[in-house]
Design a protein around this ligand. Sequence first.
Ligand SMILES: [Zn+2]
Length: 250
Amino acid sequence: MNPDCSLPAALVPSPNHGVRKGGRRADSILLHYTGLPDGKAALRQLCDPATEVSAHYLVFEDGSVAQLVPESRRAWHAGKGMWAGESDMNDVSIGIEIANAGHRGGLPEYPLAQIETVIALCRDIIGRWRIRPERVLAHSDVSHGRKIDPGEHFPWWRLAKAGIGLYVPPAAIEDGPRLEPGASGPEVLELQTLLSGYGYALETTGLYDARTESSINAFQRHYRQLRVDGIADRSTIATLRRLIAALGKG
Ligand SMILES: [Zn+2]
C-alpha cells in the first residue's frame, strides 16, 4: 500500500477500521489531539486492536506524519457525535490525530512544523475529496459536551490563512447584554437556530440548557478562543453571525 496523500507519510497500518456504510464518501475532516504524553504513545494506542480507536493520519510533534488507515476505509476516531444532521461522522470523515498532550497535559502549544504538516495534509485531502471549507471541523464541534479536542490553543486562524477551513476574525469582546445558562425566550431560540443551522447538534427549545451551553463552548473553542465560558456574549453572537454570512464564500 502507498500513502493516499502526496506527503511523505510513513505507513503504519492499524487494524482498527471498517467499511464506510452505504458506500458513503468522505465529505469532512475532523481534527483531534491525542491527549497523550507523546506521539509514540499515541501511535501504539491507535494501532492496538484492544483500544478499538484509530485515525487515518497521525501528525507527530516534529511535523512527520504516519498513515494508519486507508482513506477509503472508516477509521474509528469520532465516536458518538453529530454534525448538520449526520449522526455517524466516522462514515463521512477523514480523521487526523495531532500529537499533543491536551488539556490534561497543560495544553502545550502546537509546534509550527506540526501545524505546517497539518495544513499540507488538509490541503491534499481537500483537493482530492472536494471537501467544503466549513466541513473542516474540530472533534469538539461534532461531539460537544463530550470532547474538547483539539482545544482552544489550536491555531485555526493559521489554517485559515493557508486557505483551510471556514474562519472569520472573531468580534472584539466588550461589555453588554449576554445570554447565559438558564435564560429563555425568543433571543435564546434565535441563538439556537443559528447554531443548529450552522451544524451544531442541539434542540431549538428557547431554553438555554446544557446542550446550548456545550455548543457555545465548542463554538468558542474553535471560533472565539479568547474566552471559552459557554456564555453567549455579544462577541460570540456577532462572530457566529459573521461565520454564517461567510458560508459559501470561502
Ligand atoms: Zn478526538
